[in-house]
Write a new protein. Structure first.
Length: 245
């Protein structure tokens, strides 16, 4: 698979910027705050407002809906640019905490794990979706079977190279068979702005739970609120059943 490997990941913060804030797939924080005028703090992957919680764009003012390109494919959100940059020689994924057999994987070791494909819809809490996204990667259930969580374990923390982004799942939620650590999307290596080289995919939850630029999975006995949960969003981000007004 070396011919399909993305560019290397550099774990230290690079100077290179992310996508152009004026690009059609991106809406910068300042531009959105100027449109909404509500003093919102920021936007993150999967989308989130700190004060405005919605399941549908219909609750937004018409002027906001015209300014945001809903229904036109992906929007790229972030909490701390520039994006992490991939270097295969230095990239690591750690899975540790309350487990019998912790993992510390390099890139080739990660690619050597059992791989699978799936197609699922992606939903953002701000109201837009992308249907039938084709993902390829490693099932989270396979990772958990390898590390063997201890009896006192209650959940997982997913820690991003994009500091300070962290989110969580209970062990019960983490057992859903369609949760994936994806490194390919649409038949191509995962793009940098989508979380390369590895991001979490949770089809039944809103996108802010799917941590991009995954660096570390920690098995814990107590779950603390994630990045957007401490800003008012639901810990259980079920699609169509959370974050309502």
């Amino acid at each position: 698979m070396t011919g399909d490997t993305p560019d290397d990941l550099q774990t230290e913060r690079p100077v290179a910027a992310g996508p152009d804030d004026d690009a059609p797939t991106s809406l910068g924080r300042r531009a959105f705050i100027g449109v909404v005028g509500l003093g919102l703090t920021s936007l993150a992957w999967g989308g989130a407002f700190s004060d405005l919680l919605s399941k549908s764009t219909k609750v937004l003012p018409e002027g906001v809906r015209k300014a945001v390109p809903f229904g036109q494919g992906w929007r790229i959100y972030w909490v701390n640019k520039p994006f992490p940059v991939f270097r295969a020689a230095s990239w690591r994924l750690k899975v540790d905490g309350l487990v019998e057999e912790p993992l510390d994987l390099g890139w080739e070791e990660f690619l050597a794990l059992p791989q699978r494909d799936q197609v699922s819809d992606f939903h953002c809490v701000t109201g837009w979706s992308v249907d039938d996204v084709r993902w390829h990667g490693v099932g989270l259930a396979d990772i958990l079977a390898r590390v063997k969580p201890l009896p006192e374990a209650k959940g997982l923390e997913f820690i991003s190279y994009e500091e300070p982004y962290i989110d969580t799942l209970t062990l019960e939620q983490a057992s859903m068979p369609d949760i994936m650590l994806a490194h390919r999307m649409g038949g191509e290596p995962l793009p940098q702005e989508h979380g390369a080289p590895v991001r979490v995919v949770i089809p039944k939850m809103y996108g802010y739970k799917g941590v991009k630029w995954l660096a570390h999975i920690r098995v814990v006995d107590t779950l603390e609120p994630g990045y957007w949960e401490v800003r008012g969003y639901d810990t259980d981000a079920w699609v169509d059943d959370s974050n309502g007004l």
